[in-house]
Write a protein that binds this ligand. Structure first.
Ligand code: IPM
Ligand code: MG
Length: 349
């Protein structure tokens, strides 16, 4: 029987609730194959409280040695600060992405037909939507040089050819196994980094003749995403644009509580986490929607743990749960975390 090791980072807010539910679901879906060793660590605000930093070197080293990392969410009002010298929970997440070299962030958006009515967009607009945002995760304005004085501040957005190319390659490769279309999103009419981005992506397209490539300016992409989302297949874009567009795309499924993600590097452990945050307003009440984390765990089984069968069982069980009419609060229902988890476990059985 295969042995795999997963580092669990429940994090802050609703993180522990959705991660706890997901471990139950993964155990049921795998039934010991692979046999997963879970090791729970602190990351985010909970780590700041104990260690004074959101991510310790020990935790990072443990992640490097594992097959995968499963994260709930980090952050909350307790650690909100504008003091540039104070530790912030998000630094742990960014440190993890950089420290593990996780340059490619995959965020699939595929609303199940049972949820077409839950989206604020009309059903005829979203029907058939099946898109994948491939977001660059370790470069750009998130990691560029920054600074401030009393009355001015700046953030820079550097990108190298190599950084753009390795990310775009992930996009083209993903498109090959899908509908063979890549939409590269940039702001090439204004930004120099976007002009480099467009040049590199265009150059790479020659290596993927079976994939259709289009370029789209980010403001236009924001509009097209809500007016004709079903026309997108794979969207490749830089860090900040991908952050914003993936939240926007989440609403196609009716709630950000539905969206999973995988962050991958060239090799080594991948990081799996829901796209939503720590939702401090509902933390500890047992009402958080665990579906995005369950779907993230399915991606983990598929991409890092070599268990595509168990991954498909979780995807199917979530679909069956929604088909049966089970709706957590964020989708307008009243099913709490326990009820949603039990419904998924029931569908798996
Ligand atoms: C995300 C989040 C993070 C990001 C925050 C928490 C730093 O919004 O994963 O999309 O901006 O990347
Ligand atoms: Mg975000």
């Amino acid at each position: 029987m295969a042995q795999k090791s997963v580092v669990l980072m429940p994090g802050d807010g609703i993180g522990p609730e959705v991660v706890g539910a997901t471990v139950e679901v993964v155990e049921a879906a795998t039934a010991g194959d692979p046999a997963i060793t879970w090791s729970e660590v602190l990351m985010g605000g909970c780590s700041i409280d104990v260690h004074g930093t959101a991510l310790t070197d020990e935790v990072l080293a443990e992640c490097r040695a594992a097959d995968a990392v499963l994260l709930g969410a980090v952050g909350g009002p307790k650690w909100d600060t504008t003091d540039p010298d104070a530790p912030r929970p998000e630094q742990g997440l960014l440190g993890l992405r950089a420290g593990l070299g996780l340059f490619a962030n995959l965020r699939p958006v595929k609303p199940p037909p049972a949820l077409y009515g839950a989206s604020p967009l009309r059903e005829e607009r979203i029907a058939g939507t099946d898109l994948l945002v491939v977001r660059e995760l370790t470069g750009g304005i998130y990691f560029g040089e920054r600074g401030r004085t009393d009355d001015s501040a700046y953030d820079t957005c550097p990108y190298s050819r190599d950084e753009v190319e390795r990310l775009a390659r992930r996009g083209f490769e993903a498109a090959r196994g899908r509908r063979a279309k890549v939409t590269s999103v940039d702001k090439a009419n204004v930004l120099e980094t976007s002009r480099l981005w467009r040049e590199v992506v265009s150059g790479l397209a020659a290596e993927y003749p079976e994939v259709e490539l289009e370029h789209m300016l980010v403001d236009n992409a924001a509009m097209q995403l809500v007016s004709r989302p079903a026309d997108f297949d794979v969207i490749v874009t830089e860090n900040l644009f991908g952050d914003i567009l993936s939240d926007e795309a989440a609403m196609i499924t009716g709630s950000i509580g539905m969206l999973p993600s995988a962050s991958l590097g060239a090799a080594g452990a991948g990081l799996y986490e829901p796209v939503h945050g720590s939702a401090p307003d509902i933390a500890g009440q047992g009402i958080a929607n665990p579906i995005a984390t369950c779907l993230s765990a399915a991606m983990m089984l598929r991409y890092s743990l070599d268990a595509p069968g168990a991954a498909a069982r979780i995807d199917d069980a979530v679909a069956a749960t929604l088909d049966a009419g089970v709706r957590p609060r964020d989708l307008g229902g009243d099913a709490d975390t326990r009820a949603v988890t039990d419904a998924i476990l029931g569908a798996l059985a």
